[in-house]
Design a protein around this ligand. Structure first.
Ligand code: AHG
Ligand code: MN
Ligand code: MN
Length: 343
């Protein structure tokens, strides 16, 4: 198999991350090292996922995670990989994962660092058995406490405090997309040489949206405002040319497509399901990191009433409704909710 190399200047993710460091004159290289290790985690998880069908590691372990969902073996593998790459480096004060009920401390024998890493090790994992794209979502914050082991306070920060965030998508190819607040950049893994190469520099969400992405089977449980907004995106209102529907059920993949093609992804509150009064997606592990990416690509993310990045989290596994994608569409969703739904 020939190695695929993009046209134009070749840049590895390592060089790119290092070059981004120049935007931070006070940088010590710690964040750079942390991002390198996340890229390495992506390579390890990617190679494992590609062997999934062969290695009899498909299927569930039979355990339930803190969200009451079935834990897949690959979820565990991704969780362990990210943890093992980061527990001993002295860069982190603690971690938090969608798969763990509490904050994950750094073992006492290792130095405590100044950053906090939050992640969803494998998003969309219920799709693994069907060979559908899954992803890893991550975000990095500066700790707010000054010394000792990291605490809940270090983890419960608004998304506006994010230093860097991104995702790795394990799809027809593996890509890493990240931002440190200076644009959004995408890298494609060349499996032959084991490097992420810059393939999508400075991603901007196209102005003209193409898709709306939502699990419409839940529509009867949505508020009046969300139902009317859905009619709007379908083109049944005000002469707006309707969008086409695309829904994978794997948020990283749905988000990634809409980031490149233009559109909106939403997971609204479910008014009748007592398990989903705030939708399904987790503020800290899924919504805030992708909101940071969306905004840095010229898009926007809201819970329907306020900017996702302004929400002060109250709990580690807090869920919020999410509307994310083209700014004009997300603002339109807010307008419908403001007009038709009374808080
Ligand atoms: P996870 O696999 O990390 O639990 O997250 C799955 C999420 C997200 O990826 C996706 O958008 C959503 O669940 C799909 O939910 P529905 O099946 O309710 O549409
Ligand atoms: Mn998830
Ligand atoms: Mn997950």
């Amino acid at each position: 198999m020939a190695s695929f190399l993009p046209k134009g200047p070749l840049q590895t993710i390592e060089r790119h991350i290092l070059e981004q460091q120049k935007f931070y004159p006070e940088a010590t290289g710690t964040l750079t090292g942390l991002l390198y290790d996340l890229a390495l985690a992506g390579k390890i998880i990617s190679s494992h996922i590609q062997r999934a069908g062969l290695a009899e590691i498909l299927g569930a372990t039979g355990d339930e995670n803190v969200q009451g969902e079935e834990v897949q073996k690959l979820d565990e593998f991704a969780q362990r990989t990210i943890y093992r790459l980061n527990d001993h480096t002295g860069r982190l004060a603690c971690m938090g994962s969608e798969e763990e009920p509490d904050i994950i401390p750094i073992p006492e024998r290792f130095p405590q660092g100044k950053y906090v890493l939050l992640f969803d090790p494998l998003d969309g994992s219920s799709n693994i058995d069907s060979n559908v794209s899954v992803g890893t979502i991550f975000s990095i914050y500066r700790r707010v406490t000054t010394a000792g082991p990291g605490t809940l306070e270090d983890v419960l920060q608004a998304g506006s405090q994010i230093v860097a965030a991104g995702y790795i998508i394990y799809g027809s190819s593996t890509m890493l997309v990240y931002s440190t607040g200076y644009g959004v950049h995408g890298f494609t893994l060349d499996p032959m040489i084991g490097e992420f190469l810059l393939s999508h520099p400075d991603i901007r969400i196209p102005e003209k949206p193409k898709y709306y992405s939502v699990n419409q089977s839940n529509e009867i449980y949505w508020s009046d405002g969300v139902q009317r907004f859905t009619r709007y995106v379908q083109g049944m209102d005000n002469g707006f040319k309707g969008l086409s529907a695309r829904y994978i059920g794997s948020m990283v993949a749905d988000f990634h497509r809409n980031l490149l093609q233009g559109g909106i992804f939403y997971y609204p509150a479910d008014l009748k399901d007592p398990k989903k009064p705030s939708g399904k997606l987790r503020l800290l592990y899924e919504c805030a990191p992708l909101a940071f990416v969306a905004e840095n690509a010229g898009g926007y993310a809201s819970d329907g009433r306020q900017r996702i990045l302004d929400i002060q989290p109250q709990a580690l596994h807090q869920r919020v409704p999410l509307f994310i994608g083209n700014r004009s569409l997300v603002a339109k969703a807010e307008e419908f909710i403001r007009t038709y739904d009374h808080a």
